[in-house]
Design a protein. Structure first.
Length: 196
C-alpha cells in the first residue's frame, strides 16, 4: 500500500532521517495535516470558489472513491471500492445506497437515457438505486472485460475498456470504435503528416 505524505512532513522526515520510523511519520502527518493525517479511508472535498471543505462520508470501513458523476448540483453520485455507491451533495451530505455484502470495485457511474450505468472491475451494470443487474445485451467480443470508464453523450453510451478498446452503445446494439494504431503506441508523438 502506498501512502502519500504531504510536503511539510516529508521535509521534516528528511531532516530527522527517520523515514523508517512510521510512528514518527504518522505523528508528523497528524500534526501537519488539516484533518486526519495519514489515512486510507475515502475522502471528498468541496470547493466553494474560495476554500476547500472536507465532506463527511458515511460508513466506517475504508474505501476509495473511483468516480464522481454530477447529475445536478443537489444530486451527486460517487462510486468506489467495496461496492461503495454514495448519493447526495456538499450541503446536505451523502448517504450510502450500495447494498450490504457487495465487495467489488465500482469504477465509473453515468446516467444513460433513464438508467444509471455502473462499470465494475469486471462488467457493466444497471443500477436502479437499490441493486446492480447486468447490462444487456452484453458486449460480445472476445476476452474478459476490464472496464475503465463509461460516458454518455446524448443518447449514446461510450464504454472504455483496457483490453477491448472503445465501444458505443445506442441502447440496442454495440459498435466498436476503431482506434488508430498510432494512438495506441506507448510513445505517441502525434499523427504523422497531420499539421495545421
Amino acid at each position: 500500500m502506498k501512502v502519500k505524505i504531504d510536503k511539510k512532513t516529508r521535509e521534516e522526515l528528511r531532516e530527522s532521517r527517520s523515514w523508517d520510523d512510521w510512528d514518527r511519520a504518522y505523528e508528523l502527518a497528524r500534526k501537519n495535516a488539516p484533518s486526519k493525517g495519514l489515512s486510507t479511508e475515502g475522502r471528498a472535498y468541496h470547493w466553494n470558489g474560495e476554500a476547500w471543505t472536507e465532506i463527511p462520508l458515511p460508513g466506517s470501513s475504508p474505501y476509495v472513491i473511483k468516480d464522481i458523476f454530477i447529475e445536478t448540483p443537489d444530486k451527486v453520485w460517487m462510486v468506489g471500492s467495496r461496492g461503495t455507491i454514495l448519493v447526495g451533495n456538499a450541503r446536505s451530505g451523502f448517504s450510502n445506497v450500495g447494498f450490504a455484502g457487495d465487495t467489488e470495485t465500482l469504477l465509473s457511474i453515468i446516467r444513460f437515457k433513464d438508467k444509471y450505468i455502473v462499470a465494475s472491475d469486471y462488467a457493466l451494470h444497471i443500477f436502479d438505486a437499490h441493486h446492480l443487474t447486468p447490462l444487456k445485451p452484453w458486449l460480445r467480443r472476445g476476452g474478459t472485460p476490464t472496464p475503465l470508464r463509461v460516458q454518455a453523450v446524448d443518447d449514446v453510451l461510450f464504454y472504455f475498456d483496457y483490453k477491448l478498446g472503445v465501444h458505443r452503445f445506442d441502447g440496442i446494439r454495440w459498435e466498436e470504435i476503431p482506434i488508430p494504431s498510432e494512438l495506441l503506441a506507448r510513445d505517441f508523438r502525434g499523427l504523422i503528416g497531420r499539421g495545421p
